[in-house]
Design a protein around this ligand. Structure first.
Ligand SMILES: *[C@@H]1O[C@H](CO)[C@@H](O)[C@H](O)[C@H]1NC(C)=O
Ligand SMILES: *[C@@H]1O[C@H](CO)[C@@H](O)[C@H](O)[C@H]1NC(C)=O
Ligand SMILES: *[C@@H]1O[C@H](CO)[C@@H](O)[C@H](O)[C@H]1NC(C)=O
Ligand SMILES: *[C@@H]1O[C@H](CO)[C@@H](O)[C@H](O)[C@H]1NC(C)=O
Ligand SMILES: *[C@@H]1O[C@H](CO)[C@@H](O)[C@H](O)[C@H]1NC(C)=O
Ligand SMILES: *[C@@H]1O[C@H](CO)[C@@H](O)[C@H](O)[C@H]1NC(C)=O
Ligand SMILES: *[C@@H]1O[C@H](CO)[C@@H](O)[C@H](O)[C@H]1NC(C)=O
Length: 808
């Protein structure tokens, strides 16, 4: 224990070598004494009084410990945590706070990242879960733009969070039926950027026409149109800080929300035993204790493995899929060639062909080539030459760095009177992820988002353009017409795990082993999601003025799950957050619309998806409402989980969660009663117990079957059992390593009821060693050195005491 503790200290001082710097920093300070949720305060007056007293105590404490003008208090945290955030300068402050009485811990603020209508039909919601429109409250973390950290200092009300209960206003808006649900917020509330987008995805109104740039793209609906929404500003356009997010969560739970939808995550995952004990994770654990389900984006770091940003077992971490809807656009060339690209733009007029001209061939010659080719300004164009032609512009690094935008290309085309534009890709980029490719345009345009189409266009253009001896274009014989890019096509092959969606396994513990927690938990649509947009958003210049936007990311998948969780909560108000998560996980689809296993986009390839790509699978709302069985977890069991994390000692648990570890500790993190089984280091065998509760409305007989991961023999008892309503029972799984796999392998346990319930539990195991190696481990434990145990013989590792060799 002692050596591990020293390790932690070293780690901290290694990460923060510059605490001596005089830069001002934000610190979050956690104090002794319980926050509001821990107290049994009966009336709301009592709660308010307690809250005020805590806030005062923070101020008195700060006055007594720090010099008057050396700090600025940003927030008092009172509901889920007892603590505060301050903005202060210098090492001295940190030192004084750390050593002050009543202080549990001091944490330097860290950066958080923002991890964007067809989806309800795709999920089968319209047929299944929707008739029951609910009244749960969803909190959605939104962005706070252009408000530098610290400016809102003493103002604890800067969050402007508030639930929406104004039925009169609600009625009005429902009648208009054109405005997303997100607008039912008090007028003073300034929602910006993704706030509107994610909020409307979670709980936007049913069947809202998506009209943008004068075109009706169809009808959009939020996942839970009957839910109430509260939106809290905690982010800037570039991301945000944990101290603000912690304050927003504190306020949201105090306001009585049922579900928190966090489309944000830490900029980097803390490693080591303290990962689960950082301020935000702890706060979210307390939120769970208070009955609030936390849904969080898993991150956009895929397809690399171990790219998870949402890692705690009390959080529902959401992966993103692409749906089967595609918007492609195409251009037909004068020679009959048909090039496919993208671009949500109208067709060129009249179905006729227009001459094509490369931007450089119709511009003044004294301008830098790069400026001309990206078509970011109308100035260099020679109007007489360009009018009525399709201009070819080039997508270069300037677009990637956002110095140039497709929106401006369209604006230029309009200003110079071009018939439209064709955007080709700079061969140096070669990327197929075009920034701004999903914005809606008023000008005919096509984005040739692959090198083949781009080269084909240039070849056709160059061989049909007549040039003078000096190379000047004098005759434009190449022609084309652009088709309508605003019509969606549906492939019927979906969902597929999106390449950007972060992948498991979960974070490392102190022994540098992955935690025995399955992440992500569940997958929902995240690519090209239509939802409400803030017309006056300062964030992305190119979508300014639009009321709907098509965005992608695990940020967009998260509110889908939050909305569906709200439907479940409304149907089953007494269910715990863990029960709701279990319901969504055990009923998720592992096959796509055609019945084939769901695939995952990898680096330039598709492969069958594993639980590290999509958790339990693709969310299936109509089944999640009636899962049959659930795996429940309470606060005490989460504490037992923390006590089983290697390298975490009793003292830090007690300080973090207010209670110590039980005398009889759980041995493994895999003992937590989740709707999944993950063993990241199986040595020999491990017993895993799961407790199920029958939440169906009748007695049911279940039959258990197991698909074993490679290298593991699993014995389940009982294999058949009958359960009465509300009854609970244990299921025992014995995992035995049969051979070393040197990689994770996956399987599942399926409990099939005779009343139509199918409960699926994903299994992920890394066999570190077979039974033979178990014996070796035991010998090592006896203190026998590795070099005495085995030696290399002809590429094999041979064990002296066992007369056994194997490939190392
Ligand atoms: C300390 O703070 C109080 C109130 O904020 C102020 O009136 C006073 O001038 C300050 N004293 C010093 C020494 O800065
Ligand atoms: C789930 O799978 C079933 C059967 O394969 C399919 O009919 C249904 O459309 C799928 N639902 C979703 C939301 O993918
Ligand atoms: C959010 O969207 C609604 C509807 O488009 C809009 O009225 C509201 O102003 C938006 N929020 C902000 C801050 O613009
Ligand atoms: C979209 O692409 C598909 C296949 O790639 C093609 O069949 C279809 O014609 C394209 N649609 C348009 C509008 O070009
Ligand atoms: C380029 O040449 C045009 C016409 O000769 C002139 O009007 C313009 O000012 C020049 N621009 C620059 C940047 O030199
Ligand atoms: C798996 O376990 C069962 C029950 O103990 C046993 O009968 C079977 O032989 C085992 N299979 C392997 C491959 O070890
Ligand atoms: C099962 O539990 C629920 C929720 O506590 C309760 O409403 C219901 O009456 C119980 N049913 C039976 C048969 O005990």
């Amino acid at each position: 224990m002692i050596s591990i503790f020293i390790n932690i200290l070293l780690l901290v001082s290694f990460i923060n070598p510059s605490t001596s710097s005089t830069d001002a920093k934000v610190y979050m300070v956690l104090m002794e004494d319980d926050p509001v949720v821990m107290m049994s305060l009966r009336s709301s007056e009592d709660r308010t009084m307690y809250k005020e007293r805590m806030t005062q105590e923070h101020d008195v404490f700060l006055k007594s410990v720090l010099q008057n003008s050396s700090y600025n208090k940003l927030y008092s945290y009172t509901h889920l945590l007892n603590g505060f955030a301050i903005y202060a300068k210098g090492e001295e402050v940190l030192h004084m706070l750390r050593n002050a009485e009543n202080v549990i811990s001091v944490h330097e603020d860290t950066k958080m990242e923002k991890l964007t209508t067809h989806t309800p039909d795709f999920l089968g919601l319209t047929a299944g879960a929707w008739p029951a429109l609910g009244g749960s409250t969803v909190a959605v973390a939104a962005s706070r733009e252009n408000v530098p950290q610290g400016i809102n200092s003493q103002n604890q009300h800067a969050l402007e969070g508030s639930s929406v209960h104004n039925t009169l206003q609600e009625q009005l808006l429902l009648q208009e039926n054109l405005i997303p649900r997100a607008t039912m917020l008090p007028p003073l509330m300034l929602m910006v950027m993704e706030g509107n987008h994610t909020a409307s995805t979670a709980a936007g109104n049913h069947n809202v026409p998506v009209i943008t740039n004068d075109f009706n793209y169809g009808y959009a609906s939020g996942m839970a149109p009957g839910a109430r929404i509260a939106v809290y500003k905690a982010l800037y356009s570039f991301g945000g800080y944990m101290s603000d997010v912690v304050a927003a969560v504190d306020q949201a739970v105090e306001d009585g929300v049922d579900i928190l939808s966090l489309s944000i995550g830490p900029a980097g995952v803390p490693s080591g035993p303290s990962a689960f004990l950082n301020v935000l994770e702890l706060e979210l654990l307390f939120a769970t204790k208070a009955g609030v389900l936390v849904v969080q984006a898993v991150g956009n770091g895929g397809p690399s493995s171990s790219s998870i940003l949402s890692f705690s077992p009390w959080i529902t971490s959401v992966a993103a899929s692409i749906t089967d809807r595609k918007y492609n656009n195409s251009v037909t060339l004068g020679n009959g060639q048909h090039l496919i690209g993208s671009g949500l733009a109208p067709p060129t007029v009249g179905g006729v062909f227009f001459p094509i001209a490369a931007a450089a061939d119709v511009c003044e010659k004294n301008i830098t080539a790069g400026l001309v080719e990206s078509c970011q300004s109308a100035d260099p164009f020679i109007r007489a030459l360009v009018r009525g032609k399709l201009i070819i512009c080039t997508y270069s690094f300037d677009f990637e760095s956002e110095a140039a935008s497709i929106f401006t290309v369209a604006a230029t085309a309009q200003k110079i009177g071009a018939a439209g534009f064709i955007l080709t890709i700079d061969p140096d980029i070669g990327s197929e992820h075009i920034k701004g490719a999903t914005l809606t345009l008023q000008v005919p345009g096509v984005i040739l988002n692959n090198m083949e189409s781009s080269s084909a266009l240039w070849e056709y253009y160059n061989s049909n353009t007549i040039r003078s001896r000096t190379g000047e274009a004098v005759g434009f014989r190449a022609t084309a017409r652009i088709l309508d890019g605003r019509q969606a096509t549906y492939s019927g092959q979906a969902p597929v795990v999106a390449s950007y969606s972060s992948r498991g396994p979960d974070v490392n513990n102190a022994l540098l082993e992955n935690a025995d927690v399955l992440k992500p938990n569940i997958m929902a649509p995240g690519s090209s999601i239509w939802a409400a947009w803030t017309p006056n958003s300062e964030g992305d210049e190119y979508i300014k003025g639009q009321t709907f936007a098509l965005l992608s990311g695990t940020s967009m998948a998260t509110p889908h799950v939050a909305g569906i969780a709200a439907l479940i909560k409304q149907k089953h108000p007494s269910w715990s957050p863990a029960a709701i998560t279990s319901a969504m996980m055990t009923t998720a689809n592992v096959t796509d619309q055609s019945g084939a296993p769901i695939l995952a986009q990898g680096k330039n390839k598709l492969a069958p998806a594993t639980p590290f790509d999509f958790g339990a699978g693709s969310i299936n709302p109509s089944k999640a409402i009636d899962p049959g069985l659930v795996f429940d977890v309470n606060f005490k069991q989460y504490v037992q989980f923390l006590c089983a994390v290697p390298g975490v000692d009793d003292m830090s648990i007690r300080q973090a969660v207010g209670v110590g570890c039980p005398a009889k500790r759980k041995e493994w993190c895999s003992d937590l009663n989740t709707a999944s089984v993950t063993v990241s280091n199986l040595v020999g065998s491990r017993k895993v117990i799961r407790k199920v509760t029958n939440v169906g409305d009748a007695d049911e007989k279940y039959r258990v079957s197991v698909r074993e991961p490679v290298g593991v023999n699993i014995t389940v008892t009982p294999q058949v059992f009958k359960m009465s309503v509300n009854a609970t029972r244990n299921i025992k799984l014995l995992l035995e390593a049969t051979h070393r796999t040197n990689a994770y392998s996956f399987g599942e346990m399926v409990l099939e009821g005779n009343k139509n319930h199918v409960v699926r539990v994903p299994i992920a195991v890394f066999v570190s060693s077979s039974l033979v190696l178990k014996a070796v481990m035991d010998l090592r434990k006896l203190g026998i050195k590795n070099s005495h145990l085995s030696k290399q013989v002809g590429g094999l590792e041979c064990f002296r005491f066992l007369s056994i060799c194997q490939t190392p």
